[in-house]
Design a protein around this ligand. Structure first.
Ligand code: ADP
Ligand code: MG
Length: 434
């Protein structure tokens, strides 16, 4: 099948479902279609598949390989066959893809290295094979890796400028493309602020939430420091599957219309944003890939640049030393979107309507949604204290240098205590809801 055919089949299927002309495909069908797009050379779609088409419980690569089924290439095998060096590196380093793991595919019971050896079309097949056989072909631990220039699969000088990000908010960001055409978003900023983008991306991925891989640009891109993140999806519908669009489509947010799977995702993002003190979860900071009919499609939360900003300014404790209730809609810290966040709006709606959005996890209960949310919050608490501190230390060092009166030790201690109180805070909150 030619590239365009696979892409059209995919977006055609989605459109038919949206119009109501076709039944909702099973999750397995969706994965197979997405894999077909990937197979046919839409490389970005491959990482999107792993980041955004995978329901949280099946986030890991090995499980995806199982889902993709016999006779199918795994994403790593696809990339090896096509000889995409940078993407092979990213899958091995950051997506748990194992080059030596055997998988039953159309060529037999093979591993990715053997598939790379078959790849005739590959642009960089020889380098791919050399990489896969080298000691570098092992996963990088997010908790200990400096996500900077050294951890990028390419050199910054290879990026091509694609202009300003027309969707930037207050601060301009810039889009670049790599040699395979994948988009990267550069946010020029002081390094200590860029550390927040890197740390929050690490933490999200560590707890199983999809987040753009994010790197620190220390040495400068076009002469400026900042953060560089992979962009989800493609920018225009004509470019095929995985067109990226605002999650809530600019309409007012109506919790009464949420799909259960979306509620589940929002509640996890809610807890994560309260963990990191991000009060910027407004409608514009949620995006999705084309396919809103699919209740399993991940809601992608982006833009965590304001995390920790309200430390000692009302978060996580009030002036009287008591703990603030998560995303309290009555709290209006100066200069934030807080009352307009999706989370505050959900709470306001629940109080007004006296009921919950479909699929709402109520931590007073012992049912599947509640257990899933409880497990997720436990996962936040289970980040070891020393790991949490290590990840946040570069940012704390930066704050100590930039913010008068900032105590690094107090901050690291305080946010770690807060982490370990998350389930308690949410259980208390749920006890107060209708
Ligand atoms: N990782 C990403 N993938 C795809 N699109 C993104 C990504 N990050 C940002 N964008 C797009 O760029 C817009 C602005 O980026 P954002 O991170 O929200 O910064 P800010 O609001 O501070 O300008 C977003 O609303 C979204 O449309
Ligand atoms: Mg934003």
């Amino acid at each position: 099948m030619a590239d365009e055919d696979a892409t059209e089949a995919f977006s055609g299927m989605m459109k038919a479902v949206k119009r109501g002309d076709a039944p909702r495909p099973s999750q397995k069908d969706l994965m197979h279609k997405a894999l077909d797009c990937f197979k046919n050379g839409l490389v970005g779609a491959g990482l999107d598949l792993l980041d955004a088409w995978v329901y949280i419980d099946i986030y890991t690569h090995d499980k995806l390989a199982a889902l993709s089924g016999a006779d199918r290439y795994t994403p790593l095998m696809q990339l090896c066959y096509w000889g995409h060096l940078d993407l092979v590196k990213m899958l091995v380093w950051f997506y748990d893809a194992d080059p030596n793991k055997r998988h039953q595919c159309s060529k037999g019971h093979k591993n990715a290295i053997e598939i790379a050896e078959l790849g005739e079309n590959g642009a960089d097949t020889e380098q791919v094979i050399a990489f896969l056989r080298s000691p570098q072909a092992v996963p990088k631990q997010l908790s200990t890796t400096d996500m900077d220039e050294q951890s990028l699969p390419f050199s910054l000088s290879e990026l091509n400028s694609a202009g300003e990000n027309l969707f930037s908010g207050a601060t301009m960001s810039y889009i670049f493309t790599d040699r395979y055409g994948m988009r990267w978003l550069f946010k020029p900023q002081e390094l200590w602020r860029a550390h927040v983008d890197v740390a929050t991306s690490k933490l999200m991925r560590m707890v199983g939430l999809p987040a753009p891989l994010t790197f620190l640009v220390r040495d400068g891109l076009e002469g400026r420091q900042g953060s560089l993140q992979r962009m989800f999806g493609v920018q225009a519908r004509e470019l095929g599957c995985n067109f990226v669009e605002p999650m809530f489509n600019g309409q007012d947010f109506d919790p009464g219309k949420l799909e259960p799977g979306h509620t589940a995702f929002l509640q996890m993002h809610d807890a994560f944003d309260w963990l990191i003190g991000n009060m910027d979860g407004h409608l514009g900071n949620f995006i999705r890939l084309d396919g809103d009919f699919n209740p399993f499609l991940t809601i992608l939360a982006i833009d965590k640049g304001q995390a920790f900003k309200y430390w000692r300014r009302g978060w996580p404790v009030l002036a009287d030393g008591t703990h603030r209730s998560p995303h309290d809609p009555d709290w209006e810290p100066e200069g934030t979107e807080h009352p307009n966040t999706v989370y505050a709006k959900m709470l306001t709606w629940i109080r007004r309507e006296g009921r919950k959005p479909a699929g709402w996890a109520d931590l007073r209960r012992d049912d599947a949604p509640a257990n899933r949310l409880r497990n997720f919050i436990r996962r936040l608490e289970a980040i070891p204290d020393d790991v949490y501190i290590r990840i946040l230390t570069p940012y704390a060092d930066g704050c100590a240098g930039a913010i008068p009166g900032f105590s690094k030790a107090e901050f690291l201690h305080g946010v770690t205590e807060h982490k370990n109180r998350m389930l308690h805070l949410y259980t208390e909150l749920h006890q107060m809801l209708p």
